[in-house]
Design a protein around this ligand. Structure first.
Ligand code: 5GP
Length: 251
């Protein structure tokens, strides 16, 4: 794999309006979902929490996150079309030990996408409710839709010491940087701008105006590469996956 110089930076992203801190009992998504609820919560196994767990940190929104618990959290970000979801699908197949967060989105499902697998599909009111009740670890608006990470399942896996991977956009990565500074932020870069345009337009799932918005967002995302702990260039999905699981210290 060509790892675009494994740059190590101390970049720290700016803060954004993350969700509140409440953890409601009811984890069901709002209307617009097609059946499965958000993943339910099992009790965390405190025995797996590292003994040197420090004091909880307080996020800008008042929510608290145990920093050391975030050690096993890896965030994969990068421009739309770079191949993040392909990498995630390959990791799901080849490394089942890595727990992959399933995001909530207001975007309509693409052909072949299943509620509860690629995303939990909710409508605007359902998303509003998740934000208001603090059920999202981070969330962002991207190209006209909203996306967010359900908080509870991530916190439970981290409490059990399990490796967790989030595939989210730049705004979400910045929020995680703020609330969980020990998370590892990995930037997935395209081999070239032309290749990114080719992948985005070749996907054939979005109308031209949506592709344009995604290319605009991609310019912003590419400019933020230095905020990440390191960069992987997506020349080979298999190579990126193997590099990523090595970074996550998954045996
Ligand atoms: P897509 O519509 O192509 O599936 O995703 C659009 C963008 O939303 C991608 O950059 C993807 O990484 C990002 N995304 C997916 N889930 C989340 C999430 O939970 N939070 C944030 N902030 N971004 C997400």
């Amino acid at each position: 794999m060509r790892t675009a110089d494994a740059r190590l930076t101390d970049g720290r992203g700016g803060s954004t309006a993350a969700a509140g801190s409440g953890l409601p009992e009811d984890g069901a998504p709002g209307t617009g979902s097609t059946g499965a609820g958000l993943p339910g919560g099992e009790p965390a196994d405190a025995g797996t929490i590292p003994p040197d767990s420090g004091a909880p940190m307080t996020a800008p929104d008042g929510s608290r996150t145990h920093g050391p618990l975030a050690r096993r959290l890896t965030v994969l970000s990068g421009p739309s079309g770079v191949g993040k979801s392909t990498v995630v699908a390959e990791i799901r197949r080849s490394h089942p030990r890595v727990w992959l967060s399933v995001s909530v989105t207001t975007r309509a499902p693409r052909p072949g996408e299943t509620h509860g697998v690629q995303y939990f599909f909710v409508d605007d009111a359902g998303f509003d409710r998740l934000v208001a009740e603090g059920e999202l670890l981070e969330w962002a608006e991207f190209a006209g839709n909203r996306y967010g990470t359900p908080r509870k399942p991530v916190e439970e896996r981290l409490a059990r010491g399990e490796p967790v991977l989030l595939e989210i956009d730049l705004q979400g990565a910045r929020q995680v940087r703020q609330t969980m500074p020990q998370a590892q932020l990995v930037f997935l870069a395209p081999p070239s701008w032309d290749e990114l345009v080719r992948r985005l337009t070749g996907r054939g799932t979005e109308p031209p105006e949506v592709i344009e918005r995604r290319l605009d967002a991609a310019r912003v995302e590419l400019a933020a590469e230095k905020e990440f702990d390191l960069t992987l260039v997506n020349t080979s999905v298999r190579d990126v996956c193997s590099e990523l699981v090595t970074l996550m210290a998954v045996q």
